[in-house]
Design a protein around this ligand. Structure first.
Ligand code: PLP
Length: 371
């Protein structure tokens, strides 16, 4: 990324831009357009809303954790009427709940269903395929918008197959880049909604983007150095193969859970079908402060764990295992946590790291080797 910034109106830039815009599509598992904004993920949340909806539109959202709450607040600031289905921050969106809410809406007042795929604050995923099936079964025309900020490129996600209308993503997680780029993958139905959507927009307007994008250009000054990095990130994901990338994160998440269980600590996610392969959130035992543990680990081992956010502050720490991550990095991470638990005097059983290593490199018995 540390290369000279080329002229963004040059033929050389157009080649870079076209290549990236094309190679991004398979990461979202779409053949449709993906737009890139120089912005953090929040920008792409806003873009999804202002490009498809009108003031006063009713939308359905679900309380899965800190990030669903922030997206809800953003939607309300735009004058949308949000029905925010309460949740306990330990489970994902229930497809049955989606079905029942939509069944009650026979006049089709909901214009969008908005879901966070991987709730980064809790390590809980929501079943987007099941939510789409529930929407289709109720023949409801609402758009489906999905936040994949912490799942894209780490957890299997299929924009086209799951008929998602707007996918929201960011650069700083599975794409392994610094913060600063965000994305909307856009369905044909969302493009049609864009034509009649009345929310004011200028910088975020898809049409402003899509025109110049056809030739590999951007309407404003692009974040060229981040695009250099994105080009390489896409090449890395393609080289490894997306399925392999997903399996790698699944293995790391499984090994992390083996460690957590051995320590005798509780995983925030209640339902094994909703475990996140990108991040594992862990409850501290009663009376022990997660932030004290985090600062002991930071001071002693120079390792920064994720904090508990908003109502989970001090109660939870989070182990990230997304992006460019391998077995040895995970082993080091879990060793840091186990040593930190010891130093902080947090009651736990030793042996979590050993359980994780066993999960990563299971000993083959003669019987299993022959299979
Ligand atoms: C699931 C999710 N949504 C939205 C955001 C907000 O993105 P940003 O902080 O890049 O604006 C984050 C940030 O971590 C996130 O994890």
């Amino acid at each position: 990324m540390h290369r000279a910034v080329i002229d963004h109106r040059s033929a050389e830039f157009a080649k870079l831009g076209s290549e990236i815009l094309e190679n991004l599509r398979p990461i979202f598992q779409t053949t449709g357009p993906v737009v890139i904004y120089p912005a953090s993920g929040t920008g792409a949340w806003e873009a999804a809303i202002v490009n498809t909806l009108s003031p006063g539109d009713r939308v359905l959202m679900f309380e899965t954790g800190h990030f669903s709450q922030l997206w809800q607040q953003l939607a309300e600031r735009f004058g949308l009427r949000v029905d925010y289905v309460p949740g306990n921050w330990r489970s994902g969106v229930s497809a049955a709940e989606v079905a029942s809410r939509l069944a009650d809406d026979d006049r089709h007042t909901y214009k969008a269903v908005m879901v966070v795929h991987n709730e980064t604050s809790t390590g809980v995923t929501s079943g987007i395929a099941e939510i789409r099936q529930a929407m289709n079964r109720s023949h409801h025309p609402a758009l489906l918008m999905v936040d994949t900020i912490s799942s894209l490129g780490s957890i299997d996600y299929r924009h086209d197959e799951w008929e998602v209308d707007v996918t929201v993503a960011g650069s700083q997680k599975g794409l392994m880049l610094p913060p600063g780029l965000s994305f909307n993958a856009i369905s044909q139905k969302a493009l049609a909604a864009n034509k009649s959507a009345k929310l004011p927009r200028s910088y975020w307007d898809w049409q402003e983007m899509l025109g110049p994008n056809r030739n590999g250009y951007f309407p404003t000054t692009p974040a060229t150095t981040l695009l250099y990095g994105l080009k390489e990130a896409l090449a890395m994901l393609q080289e490894e193969g997306l399925n392999h990338v997903f399996r790698r994160h699944d293995r790391h998440a499984q090994a992390t859970r083996a460690a957590v269980r051995t320590w005798g600590l509780e995983i925030v996610c209640e339902d094994p079908r909703e475990y996140s392969s990108a991040v594992t959130a862990v409850f501290m035992p009663q009376g022990h402060d997660a932030d004290r543990l985090r600062s002991i680990i930071l001071e002693n081992f120079d390792m920064s764990l994720g904090a508990g956010l908003s109502k989970l502050a001090g109660k939870v720490f989070r182990i990230g295992h997304l992006g460019s991550f391998n077995d040895l990095m995970l082993a080091g991470t879990l060793s840091g946590v186990e040593m930190g638990l010891r130093l902080a005097g947090v009651p736990h059983q030793a042996g979590g790291v050993t359980a994780a290593l066993q999960s990563l490199a299971p000993v083959e018995t003669p019987a299993s080797a022959g299979r």
